[in-house]
Design a protein around this ligand. Structure first.
Ligand code: KIV
Ligand code: ZN
Length: 515
């Protein structure tokens, strides 16, 4: 019988550590609900001690998720473990994920501990965590570069202390599939009590090998894969959930494994994570990229038209990709809109539906046909505004090849006061940003600007994603409108609000700094 491989999703923890990807509590809840629908076994909801926002998110997710295990990360420190236990208190299936570095590099330079001290600290952390929950996962950070005998010694000790899952991360993405597979085999063959725990693989993609390494781990005895939607995460990211899941599904003959993932939900989940984090999916990304099922060469097109399987190993419908359908028009009522939004997997309040309906009617008036993709962008826009401080009320520009681009903007401040100002710039967007800067006086640097059309057609909704930097911190903003200049202004206000609100905990706070 095929082996069940547990899918441990860390989009909301390791994934959220991508620069500028921070999410508010409402966005995290939306993603957690979708992960449950997707069928993941474990949701790593955050790192509770790292910030009040993370604590609240883990707590809120623990309260609404019924079928998945909800997990909180900690350092091997009592106060972290207590904080995670508190945040997870209402979870049906809580898990504490604690641990410490094992490589000599981490022990000497980061932790400044001897091997014995680190082993003792790990054992005590597991014992403390077991006082609160029955399910304790222990991570051995930088296992990929650690001494194998010491690694096995720690694993044996933490299992004896009560660890139920052993996470062997290739933290730096250094190993190759053959090496990583051999490492998992070595652990299976060497640690005497290993059958009492599940081995988990956690790989980073610095060499583009994370999915291959994770699958090599599975082939050698791992029973859980840690991964993120779209592979987002620290630096080059984590193992991409959709890639390993589809590899095991399409090549079941080879891996002889199965997961509980409802693969038809993959594409929707990918879009939700991309719109909320502002991290775009590269067009050639396996499984969920815009070109993953596009055939451009004449020979391929001819083959696929005759028989899809000539060049396609996955039916796009198996990952939830369908042709865009016109779902609603200006004649659709509020109820029809609410129903479709619910079908798309979003949970929105009555107030939000009221606001969304107004925006939907404006959009339907301009564009006539409203697609699912348009609705997804409107909902993402709406849920991202919970910590709104400033609001863009009006944008007007004059520009052209013989004119000086000039913008006038009206902005409402957090106290409700309306301000209007104008400025010129090198182009209409620059002029809008300068005019906004005259009102919202917050120093920052625009480091990325991208614009995408949500659907096909000249009347399509424009989806603008920007990143701004202040010091070491990066904030992402998104804005959607049929007018690209208005969408750009909204994206800028969104990023500024995140910066001002500092709801986004800094990367420094979120990194695993052991005391
Ligand atoms: O990459 C890593 O080692 C981690 C651990 C904290 C699990 O993310
Ligand atoms: Zn990691």
């Amino acid at each position: 019988m095929a082996r069940h491989i547990a899918i441990f999703d860390t989009t909301l923890r390791d994934g959220e550590q991508s620069p500028g990807a921070s999410l508010n509590v409402e966005e995290k809840l939306e993603i957690a609900r979708q992960l449950e629908r997707l069928g993941v076994d474990v949701i790593e909801a955050g790192f509770p001690i790292s910030s009040p926002g993370d604590f609240q998110a883990v707590q809120a997710i623990s309260r609404i998720i019924k079928h998945c295990t909800v997990c909180g990360l900690t350092r091997a420190v009592e106060k972290d473990i207590r904080s995670a236990a508190e945040a997870l208190k209402d979870a049906v299936k809580p898990r504490i994920h604690t641990g410490l570095g094992v490589s000599d590099s981490h022990l000497q330079h980061k932790l400044r501990m001897t091997r014995d001290e680190a082993l003792e600290r790990g054992v005590s952390a597991v014992a403390i965590a077991r006082r609160y929950v029955d399910d304790v996962e222990y991570f051995l950070e930088d296992s990929g570069r650690a001494d194998k005998d010491y690694l096995c010694q720690v694993i044996e000790a933490v299992i004896n202390a009560g660890a139920t899952v052993i996470n062997i991360p290739d933290t730096t993405g250094y190993t190759t599939p053959a090496e990583y597979g051999a490492l998992i085999k070595f652990v299976v063959d060497t640690v005497p009590n290993i059958s009492k725990a599940i081995i988990s693989v956690h790989c980073h993609d610095d060499l583009g090998l994370a999915a291959a390494n994770s699958l090599a781990g599975v082939m050698n005895g791992a029973g859980q894969i840690e991964c993120t939607i779209n592979g987002i995460g620290e630096r080059a990211g984590n193992t991409s959930l959709e890639e390993v899941v589809m590899a095991m599904k399409v090549r079941k003959d080879f891996y002889d494994c199965e997961t509980g993932i409802v693969t038809q939900e993959l594409y929707r989940t990918s879009r939700m994570v991309s719109t909320s984090t502002g991290i775009l999916v590269q067009p050639n990304k396996a499984i969920v990229g815009a070109n993953a099922f596009a055939h451009s060469s004449g020979i391929h097109q001819d083959g696929v038209l005759k028989e899809r399987t000539t060049y396609e190993i996955i039916d796009p419908r198996d990952v939830g990709i369908h042709e865009s359908k016109i779902v609603l028009s200006a004649r659709s009522g509020r109820h029809a809109l609410a129903h479709r939004i619910e079908e798309l997997g979003y949970t929105v309040s009555d107030d939000q539906i009221d606001r969304l309906y107004t925006r939907f009617l404006e959009l339907a008036d301009r564009k006539k046909q409203v697609y699912d993709e348009d609705l997804e962008v409107l909902v993402a826009d709406e849920t991202s505004t919970t910590y709104q401080a400033y609001e863009l009320l009006h944008v007007q520009v004059s520009c052209g090849d013989k004119m000086i681009p000039t913008a006038t903007v009206a902005v409402r401040d957090p106290e409700g006061m309306q301000h209007t100002d104008s400025c010129h710039g090198t182009g209409p967007v620059d002029a809008v940003y300068r005019a906004i800067n005259r009102i919202v006086d917050v120093p920052n640097e625009l480091i990325e600007f991208s614009i995408q059309s949500v659907t096909e057609g000249i009347d399509a909704l424009a989806d603008v994603t920007i990143r701004i930097r202040q010091g070491n911190d990066i904030y992402t903003g998104r804005g959607a409108n049929t007018d690209i200049v208005v969408a750009s202004g909204k994206a800028y206000i969104h990023a500024l609000n995140k910066l001002i609100d500092r709801a986004a905990p800094s990367r420094l706070e979120k990194s695993l700094q052991h005391p």
